[in-house]
Design a protein around this ligand. Structure first.
Ligand SMILES: Cc1cc2nc3c(=O)[nH]c(=O)nc-3n(C[C@H](O)[C@H](O)[C@H](O)COP(=O)(O)O)c2cc1C
Length: 135
């Protein structure tokens, strides 16, 4: 689904988000992601620099969730993740990462297709799913 402007603004403007993954057997993991950008309104790119458990989880299980927050405004983004170590998605992500710092390894690129977004505010409406703007 397409991300609303207010979700894209927080995604782009906040420096670090929390990235939740899970193993095939359901063991959860959470990590920080700061190397991220939007490819388009419904596609997130995250660069794999240091991922260990996160990487094994996304290979076993593509279902992921990203928690984004600015002050008391917060959204939960859920989607399906693919992993690239070659090709256009990877080469573009690597170039972007290296332009920020040569020190970053850019081992791979995660492409997340956004499927659902939920309100994660601390207020009435929390937990509600956004209507798919495509429909
Ligand atoms: C502020 C901050 C931002 C981070 N951003 C990323 C990132 O974009 N990509 C990445 O591979 N690791 C990033 N990390 C490292 C992860 O938090 C984590 O250490 C790494 O994924 C290994 O943990 P794992 O075994 O849970 O995957 C970041 C760490 C911090 C503290």
């Amino acid at each position: 689904m397409k991300m609303p402007e207010k979700v894209k603004d927080i995604f782009n403007n906040e420096p670090v988000h929390q990235f939740a993954t899970s193993s095939k057997t359901g063991v959860p993991n959470i990590s920080n992601v700061g190397a991220k950008y939007l490819l388009d309104d419904e596609t997130i790119i995250i660069v794999d620099n240091y991922m260990v458990k996160t990487l094994s989880n996304i290979i076993e299980n593509p279902a992921v969730s990203i928690l984004i927050r600015s002050g008391r405004e917060s959204y939960q983004i859920k989607g399906s993740c693919s992993y690239f170590i070659s090709g256009d998605i990877y080469e573009k992500a690597k170039k972007w990462m290296k332009s920020i710092g040569e020190k970053y390894p850019a081992k791979g690129a995660l492409q997340i297709k956004v499927e659902n977004i939920y309100n994660s505010n601390s207020a009435p409406g929390s937990g509600e799913r956004f209507e798919n703007s495509d429909k």
